[in-house]
Design a protein around this ligand. Structure first.
Ligand code: SAH
Ligand code: SF4
Length: 430
């Protein structure tokens, strides 16, 4: 979502003639968009500010603005500690950035804007063209969270749940499609909690299914509790909805899930997986795990490993629990660091092994790949992603960017899969 927000910030600042540049050290305004979800987020910001100071040591100081969730959570501290920072702007107030930049140009006052003005923000965004023309583009449809998992800072930094207007979302989708996007990734902290006047996520997916020039739809990140019947049906009916679901589970132990206030059990989780497999036998799953959450016993950890083995997630993100100031779990006793690291090591090894087996099975399979760009340093090599978001590289004399092609998988390395073009899927479908 930060990537979506950064692009939208650019779309807004263009209105006052501040354009994105790759020459960082020549910028007139420097914006650091931050994430607060884990670890030493604030320290990292001060580190980044130090880097900017160094870069601009013998030059005119740029306007320096910190945006995102660290600005939201620790904005006053940042402003007090470092006068070099001109403003902090939270994730629900960046529609005001032009006013802030103009005021700083004139007065050089420090600014803190951390109100939750989600509705105003989307009102501004609806009037601001989304200029993104990536093959695969993000589209925020929902923000914030009311679930309050005990470890998580999102409800405090992104604020309460808000679903964008259904028609505005489809307008932005049209704009992105006419810019050339072939895949839309619908975003939200709880994207499947989307509800705008009884229009749900499934309604957006069905509406996108009808868009002629759009090839693929995905959504991130969904909460097990909000996997509703209509969404199951969408997975059966909508051919553009990709057969990979990122469904964070966090732990394989019901005791830990309860202590996290996750509002779902492992039984619930399997019911969702089984229903989705019935609706679409091609579907595969990815997930997030928190390792060494306070109170996690050996037995609980083993249950996370068992779950990993049972579901065989093709992708998983696992991190050691990171205490977030202001969250209830922050008061709980931490697991010994050495033990936590050991568990993470064991878990990630297991996840890698499962992924490797999955990749081996891909060899000599035919997959559909949507091509996103040409490789920079390699001649006639194109990069794309298959339906399960695996990165695939092929050789092609023809420019295949923005096209979906069938590919025969020939080889793979740790991060990439290599294949050969078979034919033109678009032509076959014509
Ligand atoms: N809304 C989604 C997740 C959003 S946060 C859900 O409920 O599943 C993205 C991921 O960051 C989470 O899935 C979780 O695994 C991780 N995360 C959040 N807070 C964390 C913390 N304090 N320590 C470690 N990982 C954390
Ligand atoms: Fe955080 Fe997701 Fe829980 Fe909301 S549902 S508090 S975003 S982990």
């Amino acid at each position: 979502m930060n990537e979506y927000d950064s692009n939208r910030i650019f779309d807004i600042t263009k209105k006052i003639d501040y354009f994105p540049t790759t020459k960082k050290s020549e910028a007139d305004c420097y914006i650091i968009n931050t994430c607060h979800i884990r670890e030493k987020a604030t320290e990292k910001v001060f580190h980044d500010v130090g880097r900017v100071k160094k870069e601009f040591k013998n030059k005119k100081k740029p306007i320096l603005i910190i945006t995102g969730c660290v600005a939201q959570a620790e904005g006053d501290l940042i402003l007090k500690k470092d006068r070099y920072v001109d403003a902090v702007i939270g994730p629900q107030s960046y529609h005001s950035i032009n006013k802030v930049i103009k005021d700083i140009e004139n007065k050089k006052e420090q600014y803190e804007i951390t109100n939750f003005e989600t509705i105003k923000k989307f009102d501004e965004l609806k009037l601001t063209h989304n200029n993104n023309s990536n093959v695969s583009s993000f589209l925020t449809i929902q923000e914030g969270c009311d679930k309050f998992c005990k470890f998580c800072v999102v409800p405090y930094t992104r604020g309460p749940e808000h679903s964008r207007n259904f028609h505005e979302i489809l307008n932005e989708a049209d704009r992105l499609i006419s810019n050339g996007s072939k895949e839309l990734i619908l975003l939200g902290q709880n994207v499947n909690a989307y509800n705008n006047n009884n229009k749900f996520l499934s309604d957006i997916i069905y509406a996108l299914e009808k868009k002629k020039d759009l090839l693929r739809v995905r959504y991130y990140t969904s909460h097990p509790k909000d996997m509703t019947k209509d969404l199951f049906e969408a997975h059966k009916d909508c051919t553009k909805l990709m057969p990979l679901l990122h469904l964070p589970v966090q732990s394989g132990s019901d005791v830990i899930l309860k202590s996290m206030n996750r509002k779902h059990t492992i039984k619930d989780y399997f019911e969702i997986i089984n229903t989705l497999k019935e609706k679409n036998p091609k579907i595969k799953f990815a997930s997030d795990f928190i390792i060494a959450y306070p109170g996690e016993r050996d037995d609980d950890f083993k249950k996370s490993c068992e779950l990993m083995k049972r579901v065989k997630f093709i992708n998983s993100y696992s991190f050691i629990y990171s205490p977030r100031p202001g969250t209830p779990a922050c008061e709980m006793e931490m697991i010994d660091e050495k033990l936590a690291k050991k568990r993470l090591f064991v878990f990630q090894n297991l996840a890698e092994k499962i992924k490797l087996n999955y990749k081996k099975k891909l060899l000599n399979q035919k997959v559909k790949v949507l091509f996103e760009n040409k490789m920079k340093d390699e001649k006639d090599k194109y990069f794309g992603r298959d339906e399960y978001q695996n990165p695939v590289i092929v050789h092609s004399k023809e420019n295949i960017i923005r096209k979906e092609k069938r590919v025969l998988i020939k080889n793979f390395s740790q991060h990439t899969i290599y294949g050969e073009l078979i034919d033109n899927v678009n032509h076959l479908a014509a």
